[in-house]
Design a protein around this ligand. Structure first.
Ligand code: 9MG
Length: 275
């Protein structure tokens, strides 16, 4: 089970989190949903396509992205959260800012998706004071510089130990285990080789007992593997989502919800038939 405010998810089947970036410069759908009405329409489409959660973000996290002012992030994200939550949608909010977390939770968000794993002062307290779920992601460095020669000794062990320690800190702060998901942060201060090693060994993260979220959709590693541009990475994204779920991912964060839901339906039926 994953408890996210008024939504409780049964993890017997993989969950699909749909992405809505309300930013002018996100790496794959940048600018397209900056307009609030279009962002809302996109979020509703993802819900109708079968997303279990819709992840709304007002600050780009792509490599090289520059930070966004708190007021701008609030203005981009909060009205959308209010509308979607009122419609019963389970809304995750992708933010590192405690003030945005608090406002999002007050507006009805069900999950905080933090690429900084609640490291900002006040972030853990903001989540602990609520009943929402949280996704703790691993990132080496900052989006602006993180792809400049990232290096690890044992990437899988380092990422696992970091996430286990952050989850333990959350539990100590009063966030129940059932509210926590962890995420290796594909592409966040990682080379293609690091990403492949993490994906191959995702079971090592799942063995921590926390549900693992995998975000590979349209990412540059898939471009490196296939030679495809960002708008032409659907088959690669589907393969990556299935590979992640086959290795223990409980949640996949994707742009293409309808196609991912279909792919998972086939994969799950085969798995059930094989058992
Ligand atoms: C916001 N964001 C972009 N990529 C992501 C990923 O891989 N995981 C999570 N949790 N958030 C992400």
């Amino acid at each position: 089970m994953l408890r996210c405010g008024r939504h409780t998810f049964d993890l017997a089947r993989p969950l699909v989190m749909g992405i809505v970036n309300v930013t002018p410069d996100s790496f794959s759908d940048g600018g397209r949903y900056l307009d609030a009405a279009r962002a809302l329409a996109q979020a509703r489409r993802l819900r109708d396509d079968g997303a279990d959660l819709v992840d709304v973000g007002g600050e780009s996290t792509r490599p090289g992205a520059t930070p966004v002012a708190e007021a701008d992030e609030l203005a981009r994200v909060i009205p959308l959260v209010e509308t979607l939550a009122a419609e019963g949608v389970a809304v995750a909010v992708d933010t590192r800012k405690p003030a945005v977390m608090r406002a999002a939770i007050a507006a009805g968000a069900s999950m905080i998706n933090d690429i900084g794993a609640l490291a900002a002062p006040g972030a853990m307290e903001a989540v602990a004071a609520s009943d929402v779920g949280v996704c703790l992601m691993h990132m080496r460095g900052e989006p602006r510089t993180m792809q400049k020669a990232p290096a690890y000794g044992d990437v899988v062990a380092e990422v696992r130990d970091f996430l286990a320690a952050r989850a333990q800190a959350c539990v100590a702060a009063g966030i129940a285990r059932e509210r926590i998901a962890i995420d290796p942060g594909f592409g966040f201060g990682k080379t293609l080789a690091h990403n492949l090693e993490l994906l191959h060994s995702l079971g090592t993260l799942a063995a921590t007992g926390y549900p693992v979220l995998a975000g590979l959709s349209r990412k540059s590693s898939l471009g490196e593997l296939t030679g495809r541009s960002v708008d032409d990475r659907l088959p690669a994204s589907l393969a990556a989502a299935l590979a992640a779920v086959a290795r223990g991912a409980a949640i996949v964060r994707v742009h293409d919800v309808r196609e991912t839901v279909d792919a998972l339906a086939v994969w799950s039926a085969v798995e059930r038939g094989a058992r």
